[in-house]
Design a binder for this molecule. Structure first.
Ligand SMILES: [Zn+2]
Length: 197
């Protein structure tokens, strides 16, 4: 016997989420069966509003509700420094440290030969366009994975040709890890120990 059509459809939707298999989707659908209509409505609205309102900042690629993010708009931030990260999660990890007061640039991934992701698929062009005489340092803070390192080398080479000071966060992070999973102290040391490349 199969579940009613709407039940099945909800399960199929849950299964689109990472880490959710048949069992998990089933459990969530049963849970939703017991939720009151108002809470379910709130749930559905939150997803629709999220998709409608959350955009990538036109300058740096971070997530925001308007055209540009709070960080890019903030005149108090040091606009002479740009920290390049893979994803918005990394911006939040860095911001938690309260140590860095410059700007960011979010690539939206890494160059990966295995997955066929090239520089053209990432938010890289806009990084080069942002570089001007005001730019004193670009810190490359991609994750210490093979793809993260490949991307860092690619960026460093091109930025160097543009005459920009480029640094790479130190090797304090375990190989294969990601910035947003690192504990604050490790990330802080890695950031403070960055080296010119
Ligand atoms: Zn921004």
């Amino acid at each position: 016997m199969t579940y009613p059509k709407s039940f099945e459809e909800l399960m199929e939707c849950f299964k689109m989420l990472p880490g959710i298999g048949n069992k998990g989707a089933e459990r969530m659908a049963y849970h939703m069966l017991d939720m009151d209509a108002l809470s379910v409505q709130r749930f559905a609205n939150a997803m629709i509003d999220f998709k409608k309102n959350i955009h990538h900042c036109k300058i740096c690629g971070h997530i925001c509700e308007g055209d540009t993010c709070e960080i890019c708009q903030d005149p108090e931030r040091d606009h002479s420094m740009i920290c390049v990260v893979e994803s918005p999660k990394d911006v939040f990890a860095m911001e938690k440290l309260k140590e860095y007061h410059g700007l960011y640039h979010v690539l939206g991934g890494t160059i990966s030969i295995m997955d066929g992701i090239t520089a053209d698929d990432l938010n890289i062009d806009s990084l080069f366009k942002r570089i001007n005489e005001q730019t004193k340092e670009v810190i490359i803070a991609t994750n210490p994975t093979r793809e993260g390192e490949t991307t860092a080398l690619y960026l460093a080479k091109l930025l160097d040709q543009m005459g920009v000071n480029v640094s790479r966060i130190a090797n304090g992070l375990p190989v294969g890890s990601s910035l947003d999973y690192a504990d604050d102290l490790t990330l802080l040391r890695s950031f403070e120990g960055r080296q010119k490349i």
